[in-house]
Structure formats: structure tokens, C-alpha cells
Ligand binder design. Structure first.
Ligand SMILES: [Zn+2]
Length: 84
């Protein structure tokens, strides 16, 4: 399916957050969130062939520590030593 591969390319891993009525065509417009971070990543209307990705750097910075920050600490051991 073309539209699904478009979603894969633009939004990547995702799950449905909620569905509203598309302001353009009146059919389903789907909002997607990231499976792990629950961050809103974009919206799409299949009927309009429309996909939008939300850029939201702020919420990326406020990710929980267990979602990758521990890995970063290993790259900078002196940060750990300073606190110990
Ligand atoms: Zn639409």
C-alpha cells in the first residue's frame, strides 16, 4: 500500500493516538504518537493523501532517563566521576 509506506517513511514507528474528522475532506484524520515515548509525531489523512510530521525538539529533550540517556553517560565517564 502506497500510503502506508509513505507513513513509514515520514513518521517511522508509530501508533494511533486519536482520530478526528479531517477538516479538508471530512473523513478520518489520524494522529499518531510514538510507541515508546508517547510523543505526538504527526497526523495523516489517507483520503487527502496528506502526511504531516510534527517537529518538537522540546519534548525530545525531556525524555525520561531510561530512554537512552544512560547510554550517553557511558560515552562521557568523567560526568559520572564528577558527581561521585
Ligand atoms: Zn482529508
Amino acid at each position: 500500500m502506497y500510503f502506508e509506506s509513505l507513513l513509514d517513511a515520514v513518521l517511522g514507528e508509530r501508533q494511533i493516538f486519536h482520530i478526528i474528522e479531517c477538516p479538508v475532506c471530512g473523513l478520518e484524520e489520524i494522529y499518531y504518537e510514538h510507541c515508546v515515548t508517547k510523543r505526538l509525531i504527526g497526523r495523516a489523512c489517507r483520503n487527502c493523501n496528506f502526511v504531516q510530521k510534527f517537529e518538537n525538539r522540546k519534548s525530545e529533550a525531556s525524555l525520561k532517563p531510561n530512554s537512552g540517556c544512560t547510554l550517553k553517560l557511558d560515552h562521557f565517564p568523567y560526568l559520572k566521576n564528577r558527581k561521585a
